[in-house]
Structures are given as structure tokens and as C-alpha cells.
Design a protein around this ligand. Structure first.
Ligand code: SAM
Ligand code: DTB
Ligand code: SF4
Length: 330
């Protein structure tokens, strides 16, 4: 790692301990700081644990799209909103097609391949196919990540045995605001899945969405939940809502971009070691806004022209920005 010469990594890591006892007032105090102070603090913490000039690239694929029984108000894939969104549901993709796409992701420069399915939870009968995908992705020399909805203990252990590196399951927002967005599964059920993933020895990828119409207090609550887990998630995706026509949130007021940067900065300060991912929403962000996110401690992005069902910037556009900033992919 190319650590800055002014800071000795050994000494500074003990000065930035990993805490799991954050209270809401402390987190709100961070959010309420002058912007420059907050971003400076986040970048200082960032440099203790990360190379500030490297950004990790994760590429997504939707291995099973739409027709989902859940009612997440932001999501294009819920069967409840299919008349409005017009999204075509698909069956689980064949392993070979997934691996062809993974090869392209690897050739394009991604280091992690994230496979998402629009399920409440996987059916045991689908797991053989899922395991073959994990094994194939690993053989290509990519890190593997899955997001398949809720998992029980047994399913998490099967995925671990297949070699899965990361499992993504977001808390999405604060416990208080959660019921405004999703009614078909509880916050506690999400935390239970994270428990099963962690206990099985799979790295946890968990974050959420901002711009759902929540308050700053809710963004603080979401980060409080994540930071106070028994271990900080190894990856923390922070998504800016992609307002999809036909979903209940299509007309929600846009979040001020500076508030998005603040959310990244606070995530970085609370979870110093985690990969904080600048996730959905980059397609409508300026280069300057994305750069502020990197300055505030984002260490990873979703890469590739498609997220799950919505567009993402083209690879060459991202690489031009990396060149301008002197960033290199990790
Ligand atoms: N169905 C699985 C689940 O919900 O656990 C996995 C896939 S789901 C699409 C993964 C995450 O993507 C959601 O938890 C949410 O945080 C994020 N997401 C989904 N739709 C989004 C949107 N329109 N804008 C921003 N983030 C979104
Ligand atoms: C996450 O936190 N964001 C990704 C991934 N985990 C699965 C998904 C973003 C989806 C954005 C909307 C879409 O493309 O459907
Ligand atoms: Fe289904 Fe996941 Fe979309 Fe919720 S976020 S509706 S669980 S695909």
C-alpha cells in the first residue's frame, strides 16, 4: 500500500479504533459538522486504513430479474409495481451465460462479481445452480458476491462451502423509517440474515439507500445499525435512490448531493476499515460529485454499464475520470 509519508500506519490505526458503541447523538454531531471539517476528518480516517488513490471495482449482474414478492418501495423488481414499471420477469440464468458475463467483467477490470436475484429468499432447489456460479466465478480469479434475499443458517453454510466470499443484504434505512418503505419483511429479519452470513464466515456486505424521503436522523440511524453490528460489514454500499417510474418513490424529492457526500463521510468515520461503496445513482452524478465522494472516503464503485435493471456509467467514462484523478483500480 502506498501510505502517505506524513502518517505512520501502525501508530495511526490505534488512534482510530473500531468502535461498536456509537450513539445517535454522536453520529448526528458528525453529520452536523461544517462540510469541510467533516470531509477532512473522513479523508484522514480513510488514509489510516486505505490507499487514497485506489478504488475497488465490483461488477453486478441480475441472475434472476423481477417478479419479486416483496414490496420495497424503491424497487423496479417488485411484482406489486410491474404494471407501472413494465419490467419483464426472467427465470434464473444458466450458469454458462453468467460465467461468460463474468469473463467480460474480469477482462474489463472488475475484481469482484456480484450476482443478484429478485427473491425473498432462495429456494433450496436453486442452490445447486447458485453454487456452480460461485465456483465458476472463483475459478476465473474474481471475488464472488451474491445477493439473493433472506438466508437461513443452513443456506448460508452451503454458500460458504461453495466458496462464496461476500453476501450482500442491506438494512436499507433506519429501523424507524423502514416501515414506510417495506412492509413484507421486518428489519429484524434482515439483521437475522446478516447474523447467519457472519456466523457462516462469509464477508458481510450491507448498506442502504438514501434519498427515499428519509430525514438526516434516519441516515444516521442506518449507519448506527451498521456500525454497531458485532463486526463492521466488510463492504458498505451507499446507494442514492434511482427513482424508477412506476414505483411508489418515483416522484420523491431528490436528496441534496452534499447530503449524500456527508453520508459517505460519516460511514467512513464510523467504519474505518470497511470498503465504502459509492453504489447506485452514479449515472446521474457529475464527475465532481463522485470525486467528492472519493474524497469523503468512498473506496469502491459498481462498475459496468448496468446495475441490476438500471444503467450505470460506461467503463471508459469511469476510466477517464480515474485518469483525471490519478486513481487506479484495486
Ligand atoms: N432481492 C434481494 C434483496 O433485496 O435483498 C437482492 C437485490 S436488491 C435489488 C439489493 C439492494 O439494491 C436493495 O436492498 C437496495 O438497497 C438496492 N436498490 C434496489 N433498487 C434500488 C434503486 N432503485 N435505487 C437505489 N438502490 C436500489
Ligand atoms: C447494492 O447495495 N446495490 C446494488 C447491489 N447492492 C445489489 C443494486 C443497485 C440496484 C439499483 C437499481 C437497479 O439497477 O435495479
Ligand atoms: Fe425484491 Fe430485493 Fe427488489 Fe425488495 S429490493 S423488491 S426484495 S428484488
Amino acid at each position: 500500500m502506498n501510505a502517505p509519508t506524513t502518517i505512520s500506519t501502525q501508530d495511526t490505526q490505534s488512534a482510530v479504533p473500531l468502535r461498536h458503541d456509537w450513539n445517535r447523538a454522536e453520529i448526528m454531531e458528525l453529520f452536523n459538522k461544517p462540510f469541510m471539517d467533516l470531509v477532512f476528518e473522513a479523508q484522514s480516517v480513510h488514509r489510516v486504513y486505505h490507499d487514497p488513490n485506489k478504488v475497488q471495482l465490483s461488477q453486478l449482474i441480475s441472475i434472476k430479474t423481477g417478479g419479486c414478492a416483496e414490496d420495497c418501495g424503491y424497487c423496479s423488481q417488485s411484482a406489486k409495481y410491474k404494471e407501472g414499471t413494465g419490467l419483464q420477469a426472467t427465470k434464473l440464468m444458466e450458469v454458462e451465460r453468467v460465467l461468460e458475463d463474468a469473463k467480460r467483467a474480469k477482462a474489463g477490470g472488475a475484481s469482484r462479481y456480484c450476482m443478484g436475484a429478485a427473491w425473498t429468499s432462495p429456494k433450496d432447489r436453486d442452490l445447486d445452480q447458485i453454487e456452480a456460479m460461485i465456483k465458476g466465478v472463483k475459478e476465473l480469479g474474481l471475488e464472488s458476491c451474491m445477493t439473493l434475499g433472506m438466508l437461513n443458517k443452513c443456506q448460508a453454510e452451503r454458500l460458504k462451502d461453495a466458496g462464496l466470499d461476500y453476501y450482500n443484504h442491506n438494512v436499507d434505512t433506519s429501523e424507524e423509517f423502514y416501515g414506510e418503505i417495506i412492509t413484507t419483511r421486518t428489519y429484524q429479519e434482515r439483521l437475522d440474515t446478516l447474523d447467519h452470513v457472519r456466523s457462516a464466515g462469509i464477508n458481510v456486505c450491507s448498506g442502504g439507500i438514501v434519498g427515499l424521503g428519509e430525514k438526516r436522523e434516519d441516515r444516521a440511524g442506518m449507519l448506527q445499525t451498521l456500525a454497531n453490528l458485532p463486526e463492521h460489514p466488510q463492504s458498505v454500499p451507499i446507494n442514492m435512490l434511482v427513482a424508477v417510474p412506476g414505483t411508489p418513490l418515483e416522484n420523491v424529492d431528490k436528496l441534496d448531493p452534499f447530503e449524500f457526500v456527508r453520508t459517505i463521510a460519516v460511514a467512513r468515520i464510523l467504519m474505518p476499515q470497511a470498503e465504502v461503496r459509492l453504489s447506485a445513482g452514479r449515472q446521474s452524478m457529475s464527475e465532481e460529485l463522485q470525486s467528492l465522494c472519493f474524497l469523503a472516503g468512498a473506496s469502491s464503485i459498481f462498475y459496468g454499464e448496468q446495475l441490476l435493471t438500471t444503467p450505470n456509467p460506461e467503463n471508459n467514462k469511469d476510466m477517464k475520470l480515474f485518469d483525471k484523478l490519478g486513481l487506479t483500480p484495486a
